[in-house]
Design a protein around this ligand. Structure first.
Ligand code: NDP
Length: 291
């Protein structure tokens, strides 16, 4: 790995170790509940990983696997039962839900104090107002990786490409909280390459393979690539491989620090989910909340 690569796997492993140490020092064992509806293969893998990692750090995990034809009312009932269970600290509903279920309606049911994905309106409001609360995992991972590369982020110009509820918008608020000057770009932004060239920190959360070119990047900038895109690759047995939004071959020689895909932001998401579960467990039980 080149010296300017930000090793998300290593940072995530360290974060999981910190979580495990915190759990070992607590008088309670935090519990993460995961709700999975249907048999989408990617979701099965994600949920399997979340359960595996939560157990590895010493958490309890609860799984609610419901068949694809489950009604919205039954999913809502499942979430309500987890809200009411005093032993459950964090609730995660694996998205996407089957098409006949309104995800917003289900997410709205999650107790905000157990909302470890940070997706409820209350969590978004707390983030927006700068009040304590549970923050979305992937954008939190982006901030941790940028700090890993740069230390204090105060005063840096952070350009975020993407304004989704899941990544772009909360990332903007989180970098603002770090005292960055934040610009949010999107599909209607004029002169995107020029906007990006102004960034000390460039976060791309778009979902378009190799969109961000080397000459969009200011020399020495920190590049955080959230995109996960599968592209054809005849040299692989599978016939495909994962790439980010950033043209890595072009960007790597220009950037001061850059996250690879895979192995950058991806591993941070689960690590931040585990950390959120510990934060929720402490906050709910009036225990001192770890840093
Ligand atoms: P969305 O599709 O919800 O949002 C994409 C954003 O990109 C939108 O705001 C859109 O703008 C913007 N956009 C689209 N095309 C362009 C363009 N040509 N120029 C500039 N901006 C553009 O995606 P998500 O935010 O959910 O995810 C983004 C990427 O991150 C995906 O590849 C996803 O797989 C990945 N991801 C990775 C995670 C991880 O753990 N590493 C977790 C979550 C997501 P507009 O609003 O104008 O339409």
């Amino acid at each position: 790995m080149n010296s300017n690569h930000i090793d998300g796997k290593a940072v995530a492993a360290r974060l999981r170790e910190d979580v495990a140490l915190t759990i070992a020092s607590l008088s309670v064992t935090p519990t993460l509940a995961v709700v999975l509806v249907g048999d989408d293969p990617a979701s099965q893998v994600y949920v399997g990983n979340k359960v595996k990692f939560s157990q590895a750090v010493g958490m309890n995990s609860v799984e609610r696997r419901l068949p694809a034809e489950t009604t919205e009312a039954d999913v809502v009932e499942t979430v309500r039962a987890l809200n009411a269970d005093p032993d459950v600290d964090g609730i995660l509903v694996q998205l996407p839900l089957p098409a006949h279920i309104d995800s917003d309606r289900v997410i709205a049911e999650i107790d905000p104090d157990k909302d470890v994905d940070g997706l409820t309106e209350i969590s978004a409001g707390r983030l927006s107002l700068g009040k304590p609360g549970l923050r979305p995992c992937t954008p939190t991972g982006c901030v941790i990786l940028a700090k890993e590369a740069l230390g204090d982020l105060s005063g840096k110009h952070c350009v975020i490409i993407g304004r989704s509820i899941l990544v772009g918008k909360p990332a903007a608020l989180l970098f603002l909280q770090q005292n960055c000057t934040v610009t949010v770009a999107h599909s209607r932004t004029d002169n995107l390459p020029v906007v990006c060239r102004g960034a000390d920190i460039l976060v791309s959360a778009v979902g378009r393979p190799n969109m961000v070119k080397g000459d969009w990047i200011k020399a020495g900038a920190c590049v955080i690539d959230v995109g996960i895109n599968r592209v054809a690759d005849a040299s692989r047995k599978s016939g495909s491989r994962l790439v980010g939004d950033v043209d890595f071959a072009e960007a790597e020689p220009v950037a001061g620090a850059i996250t690879p895909v895979p192995g950058g932001v991806g591993p941070m998401t689960i690590a931040c989910l585990l950390r959120n579960t510990v934060l929720a467990a402490c906050a709910r039980r009036d225990l001192p909340v770890p840093d």
